[in-house]
Design a binder for this molecule. Structure first.
Ligand code: F6R
Length: 239
């Protein structure tokens, strides 16, 4: 896995510049995107680039990585609300080109299976993932195997706690997520992490044992995965 650390104040611009180059090279890019706090500065820069006319999402497809369950449809902490606020509502992605999981589906298992199948058919070119303090990516909590597919998951207490930062009306106890298998099938994966609070888990994921105990470590088995870190998040990696 390629590890790249950027000065804290230059991280977002570096990731956005790389993403813009990727979209220029392949305007019909099929992407899977996370929500959460980490990518927000990058999303802001991508929105500004669209407004400036230097990049376009008009030919792209976006698949949301995950969704919380049991929240009101208008809850600000839902992933679909966050991606709309921070990216999709600010760019030129056609409405039909955003794909998401429906946590209000009557049959949750069928909904997860539908999404996984749609995504496998589309074929992901690029997947961005954040990392939870417990090593989760998407909502693949510790214990998720490399073979896990799109499914309903129960959320770890640290994941429920982190939702308070998202403006959720209340914490979700469960969610829907793409599995490790679908993430690992993406042609390219970028793990993004910032801040001192992620330093220990970033070091565990990138330098510790490759194990489903730290799902993010499974990305090291991917032939084209990169960790794009700011210096604070990279600070426990050593030389
Ligand atoms: C959110 C998601 C999560 C977050 C992770 C880090 O869609 O998939 O795995 O990426 O919990 O969250 P932040 O960036 O808020 O620290």
């Amino acid at each position: 896995m390629r590890i790249e650390a950027f000065p804290d104040d230059a991280w977002a611009a570096a990731v956005a510049a790389r993403w813009i180059r990727r979209l220029h090279a392949q305007p019909d890019l099929v992407m899977c995107l996370p929500t959460g706090a980490t990518p927000r500065p990058v999303y802001s820069m991508m929105a500004a680039a669209v407004i400036a006319g230097t990049v376009s999402f008009a030919g792209a497809q976006v698949y949301l990585l995950d969704e919380f369950g049991g929240l009101a449809p208008d809850d600000a902490g839902r992933c679909d609300a966050m991606i709309d606020r921070h990216l999709v509502g600010r760019i030129d992605l056609p409405p039909g080109s955003l794909h998401k999981l429906d946590p209000d589906a009557v049959d949750i298992d069928a909904e997860a299976a539908r999404y996984g199948a749609a995504l496998r058919q589309a074929g992901l070119d690029l997947t961005l993932v954040g990392i939870g303090v417990n090593g989760h990516i998407g909502l693949n909590e510790p214990g998720s195997s490399a073979e896990s597919t799109a499914r309903r998951v129960e959320l770890a207490s640290s994941t429920q706690e982190s939702m308070r930062r998202y403006g959720a009306g209340h914490s979700a106890a469960w969610g829907l997520t793409l599995g490790m298998a679908e993430i690992l099938q993406s042609a390219e994966v970028w793990l993004v992490a910032t801040g001192q609070s992620k330093a220990a888990i970033v070091a565990a994921a990138l330098k510790g044992p490759i194990s489903s105990a730290v799902p993010a470590s499974l990305l090291r088995q991917h032939p084209k995965a990169s960790a794009l870190l700011d210096q604070s998040a990279a600070s426990a990696l050593g030389g």
